[in-house]
Write a protein of this length. Sequence first.
Length: 221
Amino acid sequence: MHKVVLISLRGYREWTESLGPRREHIIQKVQARIHGALWSSFTAVGALPHHFRYDYLIALANNVPRHWIDAAVAKIRRSTPVEVDYCIGMGDTPLDAYRSCGEHKEGKESNAVVAHVDIVNSTDVTRINGPIHTYLRAIDMLRTAAGACEDVGCIAFYLGGDNMVVYLPEPRAIYALLDRVEAPVRAGVGVSPRPYTAFVKATKGLDALRAENKTGVKVVR
């Protein structure tokens, strides 16, 4: 089974509204601080985090003990101006785990499976067409992947540049995503007991494809 931690910043909207109309520069600085705390605290325990809307944060946490998760959340609490709640979900896929958050399901935790995906030759495309063009291509890729994830049980996030990260239920699931993506892409897929190690392996697979100037998928176990 896969394990997901869902973190919510309680009263976040009310806090932002309390700052008045000249608030956005404050909000952006606080969000950056929270984002840094999220990545620092969860990767330190082997989990792989990301944000939804800044007031909701998530982490793939297969085989990460509960008390380590508690400690990671406590570090985020110290970086926020509001209260922090969280729940843990278990499921046969990462998407199932997310949807069952707080239901106290239990089971043997499987290896984490993570994909690191990028668009081929985006540097040249950006040089010719500009960064907005590449950004929109990446968002289109993410939208397509998100639709496929509804069918295969994964969760996809925009990682920056022309990259996305995907929490996968198993390595072969990446092909269901890539079959729908129109742009030529490379995908490293990492498999490991802990999610952050799986992501590191996925990045190694992606780097190997780049070095070989190949498209497609490379799985690193």
